[in-house]
Design a protein. Structure first.
Length: 79
């Protein structure tokens, strides 16, 4: 007996318990969601790897007031 033949004989039993107003995503919905999750995970790993290679040093703002190590303005900035 093939699996499809066995399933066709079980369908009438399932029809009594099947609620036609209930909608579920089923196995295909789960597989699509799982594939998207795995894809996002790989993209995040790739992004972290690429962001680790970035070496960015911002140039100081010439209009900013210079601050000493103690956190106070320098004498030249006070005027």
């Amino acid at each position: 007996m093939y699996a499809t033949q066995a399933l066709t004989q079980l369908v009438p039993f399932a029809a009594d318990e099947l609620d036609k107003n209930k909608v579920t995503p089923g196995v295909l919905g789960f597989l699509v969601f799982a594939a998207l999750a795995v894809g996002v995970w790989f993209l995040m790993k790739s992004m972290n790897r690429h962001m680790g290679k970035v070496d960015f040093e911002e140039a100081p703002d010439p209009a900013a007031e210079p601050v000493t190590a103690g956190g106070k303005k320098s004498a030249a900035a006070r005027g």
